[in-house]
Design a protein around this ligand. Structure first.
Ligand code: DUC
Ligand code: ZN
Ligand code: ZN
Length: 465
């Protein structure tokens, strides 16, 4: 038998376990796993390396409308460049309507922005911010049918936050059309109350972003989102869970039988609210929502990662430039934490941080790493041919050097932001080769060709619980 490519001698992390073997690839698909596979046009010597399913980051924001005067730091080219440099082969960005656009128009515009510009595969979640008969009755069903089988609703942000009734209406469509609802769970009224009070008292530093979005605001909204999903009788994903009390609500919901999935991110096990209190305006580099919490919450979140409560470990890559976001051209910027765009870059550093803090420090196995960084993302969000090193699957593979130790440095990263919140953070283990549908797209930190990624239409969610 002859192959296009054989990857030889890696420790392969496959659904059945970890073993040293060869991977045979033909036409972009894995066609054999074993030893002495035979001839190949290309042989990749992977002795001493670990072969994992290419990372699937199911929570990123790319070229998303971000309000007057604010532009996201990544377009599809730079975000996906950064993704493959960090060992990812698929990312799922959110598609948000511009004012005056229908959801269908927004998706068409997103396709146009992505087309021909992606270094990895992409597939869009939708954000539902307008709940009207056209959106519910026409646009959402048509878009789900076209393969956009998941959508996010917000319980925070004026102009984005939906009422409980509206969330229920969206959930009803998800139930009818077999799609999955994702929820950003923070109570907007409570935040606004605290934010107005802080500003009245002259407290406007970046640190007040975290102080005005305390844990109860997230805990209450998490409980309410799960309750609404129970009323509507639908599964849901709670995205970017930051603390132990919100996680406890998820555990309770599951104990009642609710089909609730949970996602967390590197910032909730490596950054704290104190980072927002850094000197000058540097705290702005750590502003995201929900905010980073405390080291006690790191332990709570680790307990969920280790114990199986979290199906998903995503980046919530939401990149802005410190120069712009802290700054100059935005009316009111630097006057209050209120004006700092919410989000941090992280698509390139998600996998190295979890590998180092999770696998190398002995908290999780290689199999669990693969599950929460790739396999579960594929299954939950309906990427049928991705997420596992298995015969018949897309040859989306990342090779890891598990020995190398290096600091994360902005100078080495490929995103459009002008900083990383993890500057100087030391990690052991780094992705050294990313293979997308059989083709090497990154080797030793260098991208190896023109954008080879495309859009992937997704099927129905697989309900993992
Ligand atoms: N929610 C996200 O998922 N990402 C960035 C900002 C936000 O509020
Ligand atoms: Zn969110
Ligand atoms: Zn996000």
């Amino acid at each position: 038998m002859s192959f296009d490519t054989v990857i030889k001698g890696a420790r392969v992390v496959a659904p059945g376990g970890v073993s040293v073997c060869d991977i045979g690839i033909e036409n972009g698909v894995i066609t054999a796993l074993g030893t002495s596979l035979g001839e190949a046009a290309e042989v990749i010597d992977a002795g001493g390396l670990i072969a994992m399913p290419g990372g699937i980051d199911s929570h990123v924001h790319i070229a998303q409308p971000s309000g007057p005067g604010v532009e996201m730091a990544d377009d599809f080219t730079s975000a996906t460049r950064s993704a493959v440099a960090g060992g990812n082969t698929t990312v799922l960005p959110f598609c948000l309507q511009e004012d005056g656009q229908t959801l269908r128009e927004a998706v068409a515009a997103y396709h146009a922005k992505a087309e021909g510009n992606c270094h990895c595969d992409v597939s869009f979640h939708l954000i539902v911010k307008t709940v009207d008969p056209v959106t519910l009755g026409q646009d959402l069903p048509a878009l789900i049918h076209a393969g956009h089988t998941s959508f996010k609703v917000f319980m925070t942000y004026r102009g984005m936050a939906l009422s409980d009734r509206e969330i229920l209406e969206v959930m009803a469509v998800a139930r009818e059309q077999n799609a999955l609802v994702m929820v950003h769970a923070e109570n907007e009224d409570a935040i606004e109350f605290l934010r107005d009070k802080a500003e009245r008292e002259g407290n406007t530093d970046p640190a007040y972003h975290a102080r005005t979005r305390p844990v109860p605001v997230e805990r209450e909204a998490t409980h309410r989102a799960i309750t609404l999903a129970e009323v509507a009788d639908v599964p849901l994903t709670i995205v970017h869970v930051s603390n132990g009390e919100a996680l406890e609500e998820i555990r309770r919901g599951r104990a009642r039988g609710a089909k609730v999935f949970a996602e967390t991110c590197p910032q909730y096990v490596t950054l704290t609210a104190d980072d927002l209190d850094r000197a000058g305006f540097d705290g702005a580099k750590y502003v995201c929502s929900p905010p980073p919490r405390t080291t006690d919450d790191w332990e709570n979140i680790w307990s969920g990662i280790v114990g199986g409560d979290f199906e998903l470990f995503s980046s919530d890559h939401c990149p802005f430039r410190f120069d712009d976001s802290a700054g100059k051209d935005v009316p009111g910027a630097r006057k209050s934490f209120r004006n700092i765009p919410n989000g941090i870059p992280g698509v390139e550093t998600r996998l190295p941080i979890l590998f180092s803090e999770g696998v190398v420090k002995g908290r999780i196995s290689l199999e669990r790493f693969a599950a929460i960084t790739a396999t579960n993302h594929a299954r939950l969000y309906g990427l049928k041919s991705k997420g596992a090193i298995m015969v018949g699957m897309d040859a989306d593979i990342v090779l890891w050097d598990p020995e190398v130790t290096r600091p994360i440095q902005q100078a080495d990263l490929h995103h459009g932001s002008d900083y990383t919140p993890w500057e100087g953070f030391e990690v052991t283990g780094w992705p050294v080769r990313t293979i997308l549908r059989g083709r090497t797209v990154m080797a030793d930190g260098t991208l190896t060709g023109a954008p080879a990624g495309g859009h992937v239409a997704r099927g129905a969610p697989e309900i993992l619980l």
